[in-house]
Design a protein around this ligand. Sequence first.
Ligand SMILES: NC(=O)c1ccc[n+]([C@@H]2O[C@H](COP(=O)([O-])OP(=O)(O)OC[C@H]3O[C@@H](n4cnc5c(N)ncnc54)[C@H](OP(=O)(O)O)[C@@H]3O)[C@@H](O)[C@H]2O)c1
Length: 282
Amino acid sequence: MTTIPNIQLNDGNTIPQLGFGVFQIDPGETAEAVTRAFEVGYRHIDTAEGYGNEAGVGEAVRSSGLARDEVFITSKLDNDSHRPDDARAAFDRTLSELGLDYVDLFLIHWPLPTLYDGDYVSTWRVLEEFKQDGRARSIGVSNFQVDHLDRLIAECDAVPAVNQIELHPYLLNEEVRAHGEAKGIATEAWSPIAKGEVLDDPVVTEIADRVGRSPAQVVLRWHIQRNSIVFPKSTTPERIEENFRIFDFELDDDAMQALGTLDRGDDGRTGPHPDTFAPVSA
Ligand SMILES: NC(=O)c1ccc[n+]([C@@H]2O[C@H](COP(=O)([O-])OP(=O)(O)OC[C@H]3O[C@@H](n4cnc5c(N)ncnc54)[C@H](OP(=O)(O)O)[C@@H]3O)[C@@H](O)[C@H]2O)c1
């Protein structure tokens, strides 16, 4: 039985370092994929209102037979709901879709600095309400840049427990990661295998051959040894299992360093830039 390490958060809670992401999983297929993940041993699921599949996650939790405190569920505030009353209504919807009375972690999905008068501060204060009333055990942010984090730290009471950012060998995002570490904010690495794009890289495949593991396992293990939290997505049963088997080997310093040389900066992004992403009109 594999034991997933926990990462300590700044609010006293812990989070399993490996989880299962459900972005772009069809709502009708989500319960089946999450059920498969639970069978393999995952206990941490990363969803969002914007993924449209929170109901499938909740269905899988209920049918799993697992106690509520054995699973860690994250969801995120959708981009059209930053205004305080909209955020409160969105959070009610999230709990109702999941069929849960609390989430373990709730995040602002994107900072949207060019929308809502750049006011993600009042949005964050509403997440502080959810933490205070116990319906979100921990609260955090996603895609926040250094200046966005600093503004929350300066103007609000709670420091985000996590910042979920795009991070993989082609986008180290080191400035944001290091700033989080300095401020006690855990880093969650989204698209940890760059949606599959890093898996054919010769540096990755050479290490995979050397250690006798798959390229995905090598890259996920690299994240684990750098203390990031990861939740690879897959709807392929064999890959769901493969991505879980990363706690019975280690990468040596040479491999860790080699994987750290692949950074392409902003050219390595698979998703939008947080400073300019503005998917809704507000
Ligand atoms: N906060 C944000 O803004 C944000 C943005 C993006 C993602 N996320 C979160 O991060 C999670 C993961 O990111 P992601 O889904 O974008 O990308 P990812 O996990 O890096 O990659 C998923 C892709 O890789 C394939 N794959 C998975 N395991 C594999 C393996 N062992 N070998 C080969 N290919 C494999 C999957 O294919 P199959 O499914 O066909 O197997 C899928 O096409 C998301 O599900 C979501 O929870 C958050």
